[in-house]
Design a protein around this ligand. Structure first.
Ligand SMILES: Nc1nc2c(c(=O)[nH]1)N[C@H]1C(S)=C(S)[C@@H](COP(=O)(O)O)O[C@H]1N2
Ligand SMILES: [Mo]
Length: 370
């Protein structure tokens, strides 16, 4: 598939998303079209790699990839992985300019991951449910390559999320039934369903139970929904420490068929075929309903959801609908999703300097309808 490959250096890491229509063509995203997001070059590690578990309540525990594979039950989870900056293009063009990669709607994938549960690894290291409720965090670190804004890459989530089996957090060795490819973290990465991609640390070196969040730049000084008063890097300074790090991704949906700027021919009964995806908010999946509007949000029709949503708490849904649109230029088609937790999309989400977490209505803009 034709996607631009950036030369990979520390200054120009590999960052790319597939064409939206390609992405929408399969429920399980094939590895070759899955988006890439990197803050540094891609390291090429060997199968003899070892991770280290340490920190509060934990005996220092080295675990080779071989051990991760053979000494723990292997657990598969199918879930959406989404960059916090997905849809930044819509925020910056409809609300106000932001800082960050100009992602369209395709910095997301829906894949099957497999490996030991993080819970089982923590238990082996001596960390158990007695450590819950103390405000502890689990930090994930990769020291393999320097990143653009820090010497290494890391992120963290609360310990409770890692201990509870129902959260399905795994230390993944496989993606879509194959060993992880180098660009997606070979040989081992963290998978945290429902949580922003930034915490899914690739090329994992270390798991640390600690009193505070990861001290890494990407946990503390990036991936936060800054308040609107932070309008540039200077004014953001005072807000980083006071703004929570992103964790759960918000409910979202996008329209991918038709695409922005497309010429659309109406059917005999004046309708347009519409397709897109929707993701639930954090752990509030599955998506239960998607609606589409061809008249700027005055009226909405229910979309048909693909698959059996009930079994797919952590997945996206692919949906399709037929909607009436009037002939003319600059037409728009909107979408909005709802999930089992009662969350629903509204027209726009809050503007923020880094353009993260945009989840306003899905939108195909600038359509010529004939
Ligand atoms: N070590 C490391 N892990 C990382 C990153 C990184 O730059 N380095 N990028 C993060 C971000 S911001 C996202 S959105 C996801 C992207 O995962 P992918 O490249 O497999 O799509 O990886 C996360 N894990
Ligand atoms: Mo990201």
């Amino acid at each position: 598939m034709a996607v631009a490959l950036n030369p990979q250096t520390e200054d120009t890491p590999l960052n790319r998303e597939p064409p939206i229509k390609t992405l929408l063509s399969s429920f399980l995203t094939p590895t070759p079209i899955s988006y890439d997001r990197n803050h540094g070059p891609i390291p090429h590690l060997s199968a003899t790699h070892t991770i280290h578990v340490d920190g509060v309540g934990s005996d220092p525990l080295p675990l080779s990839v071989q051990q991760l594979q053979t000494e723990f039950p292997q657990h598969a989870v199918t879930c959406a992985l989404e960059c916090a900056g997905n849809r930044r293009h819509t925020m910056r063009t409809m609300l106000k300019e932001v800082q960050g990669i100009d992602w369209g709607d395709a910095a997301v994938m829906n894949c099957t991951w497999k490996g030991p549960r993080l819970r089982d690894i923590l238990l082996r290291a001596g960390v158990d449910d007695r450590h819950a409720g103390r405000g502890l965090h689990v930090a994930f670190s990769s020291y393999q390559v320097p990143c653009q804004e820090d010497e290494w890459f890391g992120g963290s989530v609360e310990l409770e999320r890692c201990l509870g089996e129902e959260w399905n957090v795994i230390v993944a060795l496989e993606m879509n039934g194959e060993p992880l490819p180098p660009n997606h973290g070979y040989p081992v990465r963290v998978v945290i369903p429902g949580v922003a991609g930034a915490r899914w640390v690739k090329w994992l070196d270390r798991i640390t139970v600690q009193e505070q969040e990861s001290v890494n730049f990407y946990q503390r000084r990036d991936y936060k929904v800054l308040p609107p008063d932070a309008v540039d890097s200077a004014s953001a300074e005072g807000f980083w420490d006071r703004t929570p790090a992103m964790c759960d991704m918000p409910i979202n949906s996008v329209v991918g068929v038709p695409e922005d700027g497309e010429r659309v021919v109406l059917s005999d009964d004046g309708m347009v075929e519409v397709k897109g995806y929707a993701v639930p908010q954090g752990a509030d999946g599955p998506v239960t309903r998607v609606q589409v509007s061809g008249d700027g949000g005055l009226t909405w029709v229910d979309a048909e959801l693909g698959g059996s949503a009930g079994e797919r708490k952590w997945c996206w849904v692919l949906w399709r609908a037929r909607v009436a649109v009037e002939r003319g230029n600059e037409r728009e088609i909107l979408s909005r999703a709802f999930d089992a937790g009662g969350n629903g999309q509204v027209e726009h989400s809050q503007w923020n300097l880094r353009g993260v977490g945009y989840n306003g209505f899905g939108r195909a803009r600038g359509l010529t309808v004939i």
